[in-house]
Design a protein around this ligand. Structure first.
Ligand SMILES: Cc1cc2nc3c(=O)[nH]c(=O)nc-3n(C[C@H](O)[C@H](O)[C@H](O)COP(=O)(O)O)c2cc1C
Length: 328
């Protein structure tokens, strides 16, 4: 599979863009575990062209994480074009446009999945961005605004005609936000539309290697993107790639191995953002990690982990967590 000139191995698995989650520390770790492409958090085109420092900082990428995509969002042609050019200077491998974010502060203003209500504008912005930069442009979107307007099959053709090099589909409508189940049948319909020839990346509710394989097999998508299943569990990429390549599950490691991965993430975040910032960046991972699921009376430990503000104290808490007996 190729996106532009970038070659990917068979059955590629990507790390989804996630605000406040896919900062560089986490991207590097997912890369280390085999993610075939990683994405930055979405970046506001309006903030970018106003040179807001915090926003510009999100464009920092490292060669070690390539191929890496920078993702932008916005709602008007000129600011998206200008922002795209600013992003291109940061030398990402791909520029991705977000037409999928459902949150009110974005979609309510017509950006992100709000653009599902104005498909002509979505296509116009995409075309203008494709023409403005030399790097491959891709789009990430949803199935439609709501259940009565699942416009993705036709919209995908129009987006393809703008010259984008791949399309990512999250199998939900905007109205669903993150509820219900992702509907992969429409992702499959786009992939299997004879008019489509760009790679289709499927996304939504892939939380295990087995689900990932099932989605590849059922829909024929060119790549699968994993979001929430990776938060606090970057090893999901290693497990998934192993299963896809070998047909059996990677044997489980001992509990300390996983704890050490989380410690590496915290160390990396502290190195990149200082102790306070690094710990704040790590909290969402600690709160969501699959590692702690099912441990009895874990609430108190979780609260303690999320309150601690030094790395040493956090490591002491992590070192004292007792695994479930079958993991011991
Ligand atoms: C905390 C969080 C932040 C997200 N931020 C973004 C974002 O910046 N850009 C984007 O395209 N999607 C964003 N998403 C959506 C994910 O990329 C993905 O499409 C969605 O979570 C479905 O995939 P999953 O079921 O594997 O999580 C975000 C999702 C979550 C949970």
């Amino acid at each position: 599979m190729k996106i532009g000139d970038i070659n990917f191995p068979s059955n590629p698995v990507f790390l989804a863009p996630m605000e406040d989650v896919t900062d560089m520390g986490f991207r590097l770790l997912c890369k280390q575990f085999g993610a075939d492409m990683v994405y930055t958090e979405f970046v506001s085109s309006d903030a970018l062209i106003r040179h807001v420092n915090k926003t510009k900082a999100k464009l920092t990428i490292s060669d070690e994480e390539r191929p890496v995509a920078i993702q932008i969002y916005g709602r008007d042609v000129d600011s998206m074009v200008e922002a795209a050019k600013i992003c291109e200077e940061a030398s990402p491998d791909i520029l991705d446009i977000n037409f999928g974010c459902p949150v009110k502060k974005v979609a309510g203003k017509g950006a992100g999945s709000g653009m599902m209500k104005t498909p002509d504008l979505m296509v116009e912005i995409t075309k203008a961005v494709v023409e403005a930069v030399k790097i491959p442009v891709t789009v990430k979107t949803r199935l439609g605004w709501d259940n009565d307007s699942k416009i993705i099959v036709e919209l995908a053709e129009r987006l393809q005609d703008t010259g984008i090099k791949a399309l990512t589909l999250h199998g939900r409508t905007r109205a669903q936000m993150y509820s219900g189940e992702a509907d992969w049948s429409l992702i499959g319909a786009v992939k299997n539309n004879a008019r489509m020839n760009i790679p289709i990346i499927g996304n939504g509710d892939v939380t295990t290697p087995e689900i990932c394989k099932k989605r590849f097999d059922e829909t024929g998508v060119d790549a699968v993107m994993i979001g929430r299943g990776s938060i606090g569990s970057p090893w999901i990429f290693e497990e998934t790639k192993f299963y896809l390549n070998n047909g059996n599950l990677l044997p489980k490691r001992d509990f300390d191995w996983y704890i050490n991965v989380l410690k590496d993430l915290i160390r990396k975040n502290v190195e990149l953002s200082g102790e306070r910032g690094g710990i704040i960046h790590s909290r969402r991972h600690l709160a969501a990690s699959s590692l702690f699921k099912g441990i009895p009376d874990f609430k108190k430990t979780r609260v303690a982990m999320l309150r601690t503000d030094t790395m040493n104290d956090l490591f002491v808490i992590l070192d004292n967590i007792m695994p479930l007996s079958e993991d011991a």
